[in-house]
Design a protein around this ligand. Structure first.
Ligand code: PHE
Length: 369
């Protein structure tokens, strides 16, 4: 009898490990180290605020299992495999850079594990996929907003576009911007660089010889910050325009005064939350982290809530049911707006334009789809 009891207890203990002691496991696939580690940190902080406010679903605690893609494309795929095969997550929040979501998304798609990207804006991320979704708008829209802002608000007629050739995000967004800016009557010159580059003097010297009204750099913050410093050293006093990938405290830390006058399209500004849950989010985030939330923090918050809502409506942790519930998300109130996911896995939302002013991310305007 005693023996049976011991065996039973061991079996129950093992089972509780296997099933996460009654938790619902959601994987988080972010860059926590490497070139764009700030993105992972901010998005995770946002998701954790959501978890603190809404810790459970279907009577169970939600457990976030964080995997680090080290800002690397190959790792981006590896961690999705690991979260699925080893951690047995029921869904994944991730990834952030579009190139990472493309790599990780193919793995999630094959395994039929729903994956929700908080922030990947390249259209290819969800294209042809049934299990990959996003909580943000897409780059044809973001590029359009940038082109209109450049032409109308900045009154730019000549732009030099600097493209990070190893980032699908940057390549795509450059093209969408160029298409619309040229259609409005603008003139475009192009320069190219790669994530990790430190010296942009050749590209910038060439760029400035065209006497541009704006430098459009749809890349990520480490390179934008260095580029701004170097352009200022070369005497450029005009505006920069970037995409959502510009926003991280490191842009200002690395860029210093040189990044004043960087405008960028984004998803959110903490001084102008779109919804009442957005206000609640900002208050809780500021109380917790003693700083204001970035767009990525807001998108991380929304992603957690969208998945929790989908699991609730699915009333199950069945992968197919969660995916189906995500696919039928309608008018969900998030911090970044009311979110409807269409049948392609995409979201249609407003964009904001922010400006770095006196070392702060300052709200400029909102542009609706
Ligand atoms: N949109 C970027 C991409 O697709 C990711 C990003 C979003 C980065 C928001 C910062 C803020 O690669």
């Amino acid at each position: 009898m005693k023996k049976v009891f011991v065996i039973l207890s061991i079996a129950m203990l093992l089972a509780s490990f296997a099933f996460g002691a009654g938790t619902i496991k959601i994987g988080v696939a972010f860059p926590m180290t490497g070139n764009i580690a700030a993105f992972g940190e901010m998005t995770l902080q946002g998701a954790k605020i959501a978890q603190a406010l809404y810790p459970d679903v279907l009577g169970k605690k939600i457990e976030l299992i964080v995997a680090d893609n080290r800002s690397d494309k190959t790792e981006a795929a590896n961690i999705v495999s690991r979260l699925i095969d080893y951690n047995h997550v029921v869904a994944i929040i991730g990834e952030i850079a579009s190139s990472h979501s493309l790599a990780g998304g193919s793995i999630a798609e094959k395994a039929h594990v729903p994956m929700l990207s908080p922030a990947s804006t390249n259209p290819l991320v969800t294209q042809g996929k049934h299990y990959v979704f996003r909580a943000c708008f897409v780059d044809p829209f973001q590029g359009h907003v940038a082109a209109v802002f450049a032409y109308k608000n900045l009154k730019a007629r000549t732009a030099v576009v600097l493209t990070d050739v190893v980032q699908d995000y940057s390549v795509g967004l450059s093209n969408f911007f160029i298409k619309d800016f040229v259609a409005m009557g603008g003139k475009v010159y192009r320069e190219f660089y790669q994530s990790g580059d430190q010296d942009f003097s050749a590209q910038l010297t060439d760029a400035l010889s065209k006497h541009p009204d704006v430098l459009y750099v749809p890349g990520y913050y480490p390179e934008i910050a260095l580029m701004a410093r170097q352009a200022r050293q070369l005497g450029y006093t005009g505006p920069f325009l970037a995409g959502d990938g510009a926003e991280a405290p490191q842009l200002i830390k690395i860029g210093g005064d040189a990044v004043n006058g960087v405008y960028y399209t984004s998803h959110f500004n903490s001084a102008h939350p779109f919804t009442s849950i957005g206000k609640k989010f900002v208050a809780k985030y500021e109380a917790t982290y003693k700083t204001s939330p970035s767009a990525l923090a807001a998108l991380g918050f929304d992603s957690y809530l969208l998945l929790r809502d989908a699991i609730k409506r699915a009333n199950s942790t069945d992968l197919e049911k969660i995916a189906e519930a995500l696919r039928t998300t309608k008018n969900f109130e998030g911090a970044t707006g009311y979110i409807t996911i269409d049948k392609y896995g995409n979201t249609i939302k407003s964009a904001v334009v922010n400006e770095v002013k006196n070392g702060k991310f300052t709200y400029v305007t909102t542009i609706n789809p």
